[in-house]
Ligand binder design. Sequence first.
Ligand SMILES: Nc1ncnc2c1ncn2[C@@H]1O[C@H](COP(=O)(O)OP(=O)(O)OP(=O)(O)O)[C@@H](O)[C@H]1O
Ligand SMILES: [Mg+2]
Length: 332
Amino acid sequence: MEQTRAGGDVLLSARDLTVQFPSQHGAVTAVDEVSFDIRAGEVISLVGESGCGKSTLGRAIIGLLPNSAKITGSLTYKGTELVGLDQGKLTQYRGTEMSMIFQEPMSSLNPVFRIGDQLAEAIQIRRARKRDKPGNRSVKEEVLEYLGQVKINDPGNVIDRYPHELSGGMRQRTMIAMSLAQRPSLLIADEPTTALDVTTQAQILSLMSELTREYDMSLLFITHDLGVAGMIASRIVVIYAGEIVEDSPVDGVFTETLHPYTKGLMASAPSAFKGGKRIEAIRGSMPNPAQTIVGCKFHERCPYVMDRCVKTKPRLLDHGKDRMVRCFLYDS
Ligand SMILES: Nc1ncnc2c1ncn2[C@@H]1O[C@H](COP(=O)(O)OP(=O)(O)OP(=O)(O)O)[C@@H](O)[C@H]1O
Ligand SMILES: [Mg+2]
């Protein structure tokens, strides 16, 4: 594996990764030439507003896009190219190397099976696939342990319940437990705390940080909230209309925000809200993803727009200090 500046190995590498869906108005480009790396043990947050392509990118990585999706570019995991790999091999990766917590927990939990049985199945699959030696621990003991780890009260009672009998927050915690039970090297968590109250959200974030370190996992944490991203990640990748507009270590994003869109997200992030300051929405809305944009995709909403932004598309520029930004303001 390629050795990186930070010393960690590159686990996953996307290069010019593009995902398109067919539509009546032509192809919808949900992910547009995305290039970034995830290193072993790294926690990266993917941030952007609704519809910018976060879930599509997560699904592309784990190989769970609908058949209608057209994926181009390159996605390597531990040096193996995943784009174009047959479904059987992808399933192997999904089960042993990567796991995803989906945005809608009800769509991933089977309504007709008890929580304990679903978690037990995930553990049994992992034990078989990874040839884990469970020692003296029974599957039930492990089920209770994972439910305890995601701070579900009274796990002994919860294992006998069906998904619809749990609150939204408990269902999301169960999903986190199911993903952790697979002991993945890479966990993709798609808005896993959005449905939770602020206190529970903070607990889950710190739990996920702890487990990421404990199990030496990498985490791709998807959120629309820059404040939440800052709480968990060491690196933030900001996406706008399918494109990376800023990629930076977390400290840099908060001390010297570069991209005008990131600045807008900062001003409108609910969790970064500071007393006395109004939350400002970014004016306008994202362009239609079926439309071809000349120039910068953000130019219509950008308070710093210049002539060249309307005419020419900016590249993702190296800004030094391990930072990348797609904006002519930094193109000297
Ligand atoms: N299966 C699909 N078929 C057609 N278009 C799709 C499909 N899935 C996603 N899209 C489109 O791709 C774009 C990106 O959607 P995606 O769900 O990835 O965004 P997101 O950033 O996860 O949004 P949210 O924050 O609301 O979850 C949107 O324009 C969406 O309509
Ligand atoms: Mg989504």
